[in-house]
Design a protein around this ligand. Structure first.
Ligand code: NDP
Length: 487
């Protein structure tokens, strides 16, 4: 059986490359190649830039309300096609249908809708200075690059294009080589909604296509989602032409469970924050610090619920709530971390092995895994694993656990479970993380800014402030009287 071949999406349509080079995309739940994609060669790269220049000229000349109207049409189409798009995401990522059906498309559409609504509300300032005055304009940056990770491909494309397009920019987006289809679908939807050709181009390929984007002098900004190490390379390359950057990077986030917490709720948060999307979520609370007084109760319930309530298998089965990891290589990496945890003396409470469910025997599954007896200096406690692997640690002192929670170069997210309202805020204010939850974990509405402290990122996505990251301020001084000149 021949599989489809997708070309790059440039200037409103698919465009064939000249080299004929392609890469294969595999369904992680079956191990089968499902389609091929053409790599963006020099011809495609040049075409992407030329068309983005034209797209930017047309798009930035429209009024914000016209842009808003068009983006809202795209939002309606995204919602109409929810199931078709969710299926694309399940086949590309291996995540369960029961998640993609209600999260991936919806949270992407929400963000475009949010920024479409904000676009006409952007205003400059004016101020009188003596007899003169000045005013400011919020102007778009120009051509922005978006580079995405593979865990939420369509959502990431929406989160980057929503504010960028609302502010009047053009975007060249490179999805991960593992999950290239969602961004193409979004590009088609933008065209159908009336976004001018060239405003959202999709270029395909691996690191070298990303490197080309980050180095290209025609591009004014790079918004990147991916690993910390790659983020550093992207930033270094972007510095060559002094591009603006937004960095959404990895995490090793702590969840603190105090002894007055609702333990069942805390267990729910810990399971969501480690096993949702089979653990491939940047904000996951992979370090769970539990107060010694509730530790036994916490791990007993955690073990029972992990062993009884998780169903791995064909991700398209609506009953399945644990999908396959993105690739064989990533599955091996995660299993390697589990081996390391055992070698370094942590105790497996449950899980720890690869899984071969009857309905998806060739998929790259890993059992939901919980380690106890963990120490702060173990590799599994220090490094981002990006799989269904949770480390549980014990504490008995508030100041001490805050210091332990902060003892990392990462700072993406953090959470606290306690019924003491003062402690909840006191503790969360001291945690060094950009995205925090109290008696909750993982919710990320369009209205709430998200991004990391320390090496977890720079800048923010979502929330009002993100629009500012896609504009530049022009100050215009207006002289109202004769110039006083010594010349
Ligand atoms: P990577 O850093 O490996 O890749 C991210 C993207 O960058 C991919 O499109 C990749 O291409 C591309 N890329 C790779 N090398 C370069 C380079 N030198 N220059 C430019 N682009 C490059 O991340 P993953 O895809 O493995 O994603 C997982 C990571 O993403 C985790 O660390 C996770 O925490 C983080 N993440 C952060 C989020 C946040 O909002 N903070 C959200 C989601 C994930 P290709 O894959 O095709 O090689």
């Amino acid at each position: 059986m021949t599989t489809p071949v997708y070309e790059n999406f440039i200037n409103g349509h698919f465009l064939k490359n000249q080299t004929g080079d392609t890469f294969a995309v595999t369904n992680p739940a079956t191990g089968e190649v499902i389609y091929h994609v053409e790599i963006a060669d020099e011809f495609i790269q040049n075409a992407a830039i030329e068309s983005a220049k034209q797209g930017f000229a047309a798009w930035s000349a429209m009024t914000p309300i016209e842009r808003s109207r068009i983006l809202l049409k795209a939002v309606a189409i995204l919602r109409e096609r929810n199931d078709e798009l969710a299926k694309v995401e399940v086949l590309d990522t291996g995540k369960p249908w029961q998640e993609a059906e209600c999260v991936d498309v919806e949270t992407g559409a929400d963000v475009i809708e949010y920024f479409a609504g904000l676009a006409p509300a952007q205003v400059g300032q004016q101020q009188i200075v003596g007899n003169d005055f000045y005013y400011t304009r919020k102007e778009p940056l120009g051509i922005c690059a978006g580079i995405g990770a593979w865990n939420y491909p369509l959502q990431i494309a929406c989160w980057k294009s929503g504010p960028a397009l609302a502010a009047g920019n053009a975007v060249i987006f490179k999805p991960s080589e593992e999950t290239p289809l969602g961004a193409i679908k979004l590009a088609e939807i933008f065209i159908e909604a009336g976004v001018p050709a060239g405003v959202f181009n999709v270029v395909q390929g691996a690191a070298e296509v990303g490197q080309w984007l980050t180095a290209n002098p025609n591009i004014e900004k790079v918004s990147f989602t991916g690993e910390v190490g790659t983020g550093k390379k992207v930033m270094a390359s972007a510095a060559g032409s002094l591009k603006d950057v937004t960095m959404e990077l990895g995490g090793k986030s702590p969840l603190l469970v105090f002894d007055d917490a609702d333990v069942s709720q805390a267990v729910s948060a810990a399971m969501l924050g480690n096993f949702y999307t089979q653990g491939e979520i940047c904000t996951n609370c992979t370090r769970i610090y539990v107060h010694k007084n509730v530790y036994q109760q916490f791990i007993d319930e955690l073990k029972t619920r992990t062993e009884q309530n998780i169903i791995a298998g064909d991700p398209m089965d609506p009953e399945v709530n644990l999908g396959a990891l993105i690739s064989k290589k990533h599955q091996e990496l995660v299993l390697g971390y589990i081996d390391k945890g055992i070698q370094e003396g942590a105790t497996l409470l449950t899980g720890g092995k690869a899984l071969s469910p009857a309905s998806a025997p060739n998929g790259y599954f890993v059992e939901p895994t919980v380690f106890v007896d963990c120490k702060d200096d173990m590799t599994i406690v220090k490094e981002e694993i990006f799989g269904p692997v949770m480390s549980v640690l014990v504490f008995d002192d508030e100041d001490d656990v805050i210091q332990r929670a902060n003892d990392t170069h990462l700072g993406l997210a953090a959470g606290v479970f306690t019924k003491d309202i003062q402690r909840a805020h006191r503790v969360i204010h001291q945690l060094q993380a950009g995205i925090c939850w109290i008696n909750s974990y993982g919710n990320s509405p369009a209205e709430m800014p998200v991004g990391g402290y320390k090496q977890s990122g720079i800048g923010r996505e979502n929330g009002i402030e993100t629009l500012d990251h896609y504009t530049q301020t022009k100050s215009i001084y207006v002289g109202m009287s004769n110039i006083e000149s010594p010349f």
